[in-house]
Design a protein around this ligand. Sequence first.
Ligand code: HEC
Length: 131
Amino acid sequence: MPNGWMSRALAATVLVTSFAAGEALAQNVTYTDNQALRGSQEFAGACSKCHGGGATGGQGPALVGAKFDQAWRGKPAIQLFEFISGNMPYDDPGGLAKDTYVVIMAHILKLNGIPAGAALVVDPPGTIPAK
Ligand code: HEC
């Protein structure tokens, strides 16, 4: 077998493998509509008294629109998950179940027009897509 062929085949394999890894990292975060629906109920109970019913802001900042775009778009989804599950509700940080934070995050993503897809999970992989 000619040596040149082998090394070209190897180089192609390495290229394809690293491309696949890059794709996985760059994947956008998703959630299901059912999660977002459950999240809207949890949000009403645990978050809306400070952030407003539509998350448009009140005692706490807006979680939609320009404020959300600036704070979260282009960032790893896990940063938003860790912020919410570690710091919110402001008067009871970390006080909710992990799965409750997951569905609340799904609701916030939906409010911001991020498309649904595969289920959101605890410590979610992927990125919050830029606009
Ligand atoms: C008692 C009032 C209160 C409650 C309840 C509350 N928050 Fe907050 N939230 C705040 C305040 C105040 C800030 C700003 C904190 C800061 O900047 O340090 C904030 C900040 C945030 C931010 C960051 C906003 C940004 O773009 O920088 C997110 C996300 C958030 N809250 C989500 C939630 C979620 C989800 C819940 C429900 C589980 C919740 N909050 C419940 C008061 C509250």
